[in-house]
Design a protein around this ligand. Structure first.
Ligand SMILES: [Ca+2]
Ligand SMILES: [Ca+2]
Ligand SMILES: [Ca+2]
Ligand SMILES: [Ca+2]
Length: 497
């Protein structure tokens, strides 16, 4: 631990979401405020369809330095006021739970965000505490009616309950609750408990991460955990504990490699390990071509821990379909970009600057998707400055990779009662074993290491699945056991306010 009793010590973990060049500057600290620069490219806010905007979700972690043992990093609940941004382009939104802020355009516009300085006010003076500052790009999915299901005749998809037809999710359905599974699935393949008004059906607005959780984001998360939290999130706590030597692989899936950079200590004082990325396998960490912007494959418990830590929540299956399709009438077997165009991009031949933040495709097909290639792609790899939605592989709202790359985990399933799930976000803090602990989330508190379910795998993945599983309404695949990390299963978080 860096004990810094007399000096402010600020740690910055700006996520490497270089796809849009999100850059967060090193913060300066004064009293209870932190100030930092922010800028990113390809931002938008539009009143005409899709009538939405992008934003950066920023949150703060804090670590006291008052003990010889490693103190935990705690999520900072921000002050009720005192959050500002310079210039005329941006505004800062503080949600009710004050677990972070959304920074977004304050008026309609499209293009790059010029560097602005954001000041956040914390709950108390920072003094000698360590500060971690985190930011990630998100996309607003506005309130409104939409359809689930695309009319397919298979057994599993959402329908209006009586036929193969899609079901229109309305304001009244959200306000009164959707009810029994036979209302949204002709074979009753849904929640065993009726879905109440508190279950997020997708009618109401929410923010969705623009990209899948990346290896850089996941590594930054690991590096704020305590030794015991890190231990329990190992693939095998017995063979690869945080004390393992430099280069020990913690998670190596379909192209990336998360490894021990600095071993932890478990003798007298518990000190957590530092993890890093080494996709190019030279044991020099976090280099440009070390796969920092590849999507991470993680188990359900890892996924829930990351979302709780980031003060987000999982999406539901209904929200997945809305985030892809928007309010338009479904097209049979459409992908996230709204057509049935599909071009499976070869991970080797079609890549330039492989594993770097600048990884791009050397082709521009309609409906590019990383499906069945057994190598994950840089998140947002298909988008270029001139690409339209179908060439970029973007959803109606501008969210990337909702078809393929890694599976999207969504709350749902067949024979389980997930009706207690609500819009409650994580509070930023995990239990002492590194597990998520949010009321209403589908967590089996008695059996969290080995048995996790209640999640559908949506959108297909680089590890392959049947064609119909890649489509927006494909509803064939569930998680099983611990979530089976090897199958390119990751996902992303959402937030309701
Ligand atoms: Ca290595
Ligand atoms: Ca390396
Ligand atoms: Ca995906
Ligand atoms: Ca929590």
């Amino acid at each position: 631990m860096k004990k810094n009793l007399f000096f402010v010590f600020a740690l910055l973990f700006a996520f490497h979401v270089q796809a849009n060049n999100l850059v967060i500057g090193t913060p300066t600290i004064s009293g209870r405020t932190i100030s930092f620069t922010v800028q990113w490219d390809n931002s938008w806010r539009v009143t005409p369809a899709p009538s939405n905007w992008d934003a950066v979700w920023v949150f703060v972690k804090r670590q006291a330095c008052d003990q010889p043992n490693e103190n935990p990093w705690l999520h900072e609940v921000l002050a009720s006021s005192g959050h500002t941004v310079t210039g005329s382009q941006l505004q800062v939104d503080l949600p009710a739970d004050k677990r972070g802020v959304f920074i977004r355009r304050n008026a309609d516009g499209i293009g790059n965000i010029t560097q602005s300085t954001v000041t956040l006010t914390l709950a108390s003076d920072i003094n000698s505490d360590n500060i971690g500052l985190f930011g990630m790009e998100m996309v607003n999915v506005p309130q409104g009616e939409f359809y689930v299901g695309d009319g397919r005749p298979d057994l599993n998809a959402f329908t209006d309950g009586n036929s193969d037809n899609p079901l229109r999710i309305t304001a009244s359905m959200q306000s009164t609750g959707l009810g029994a599974n036979t209302i949204y699935q002709k074979n009753g393949y849904g929640s065993t408990g009726d879905l109440p008004a508190t279950f997020p059906l997708g009618y109401n607005s929410f923010y969705c991460m623009k990209y899948e959780i990346t290896t850089a984001q996941y590594t930054a998360f690991l590096n704020t955990l305590t030794y015991n939290q890190q231990l329990r999130l190992q693939e095998d706590p017995n063979t690869t504990p945080p004390t393992s030597p430099i280069g020990t692989i913690m998670n190596q899936t379909l192209g990336y490699s998360i490894e021990v950079v600095t071993p932890g200590v478990s003798t007298i004082n518990l000190t957590p390990a530092v993890y890093g990325n080494d996709a190019n396998e030279n044991n020099i960490y976090n280099q440009d071509d070390d796969g920092l912007a590849l999507p991470v494959s993680i188990r359900v418990k890892d996924f829930l821990a990351f979302l709780d830590w980031a003060a987000l929540r999982p999406m539901t299956e209904f929200e997945y379909e809305k985030a892809c399709r928007g309010p338009v009438v479904p097209l049979l077997n459409e992908f996230a970009w709204g057509t049935t165009d599909s071009y499976s991009v070869n991970w080797y031949w079609n890549r330039i600057n492989r594993n770097t933040k600048n990884e791009t495709l050397n082709i521009a097909p309609l409906g590019p998707q990383n499906f069945g290639m057994n190598m994950v792609s840089r998140v947002g790899v298909s988008a270029t400055p001139i690409s339209d939605r179908i060439h970029a592989g973007a959803t109606y709202y501008g969210i990337m990779d909702m078809t393929a790359n890694v599976f999207e985990r969504a709350i749902g399933g067949y024979n389980y009662d997930y009706s207690a799930f609500t819009t409650t976000n994580g509070d930023g803090n995990l239990d002492s074993y590194g597990f998520a602990n949010v009321v209403g989330w589908p967590i089996d508190y008695n059996n969290r290491d080995t048995y996790e379910t209640y999640f559908m795998r949506r959108g297909g993945s680089a590890s392959g699945a049947g064609y119909y599983n890649n489509t927006v309404s494909g509803r064939q695949l569930m998680n099983w056991n611990d979530g089976n990390r090897g199958n390119a299963q990751g996902g992303r978080g959402v937030r309701s306010n």
